[in-house]
Design a protein around this ligand. Sequence first.
Ligand code: AMP
Length: 192
Amino acid sequence: MRLLIMGPQGVGKGTQAALLAEHYQIPAISTGDIFRYNLKNQTDLGKKVQAFIDKGELVPDQLTNSIIKDRLAMEDAQQGWILDGYPRNAAQVEALDQMLAELETPLDKVLALQADRQVLMDRMTKRAEIEGRSDDTPDVIARRLDVYAKETKPLLDIYKDRGLLLEINGVGQIDQISKTVISQLDHLDHTV
Ligand code: AMP
């Protein structure tokens, strides 16, 4: 199973990615988590990306693409993966297309989780209280949602045109959403 999880910040991508990873026994790869790990440990990469993340801007493509390229080459990613938070703009879609063509491993499906802006703002404000992320302040949250609307949301049309898009409502019980996703993906398995 090679899957992208897309959708705005706060829609529950990370939660669903973890449940799907468990179900399919494949790694969930989150560029946001990789960046946060590097920020926390103040690595060279962490220092390079800090200013972008703190402002809610996208990290430059070259850095992001090379992280994904290295990660997809790792042993545990050979049987499949779930990418959470990548690709996020048209250039990253192109870079991923190229990587997957070289690896001869096409995408199976693109899962798009959806929710209203107000629901997302509320969820992220709550998460900020719990996790204390430096980019979960109201201004940065709003900026990240704007960047999503401008740069990332249009990518859904690209995957829709390729017949890969599976759109699911991200508001509701976590377990129920994951069951719906898995049943749709399993159905896909049986039909191909
Ligand atoms: P996330 O946890 O996915 O919301 O990511 C947190 C932050 O990491 C984003 O606001 C960006 O600054 C950066 N980031 C994560 N993924 C990407 C990506 N694919 N391209 C560029 N920047 C990213």
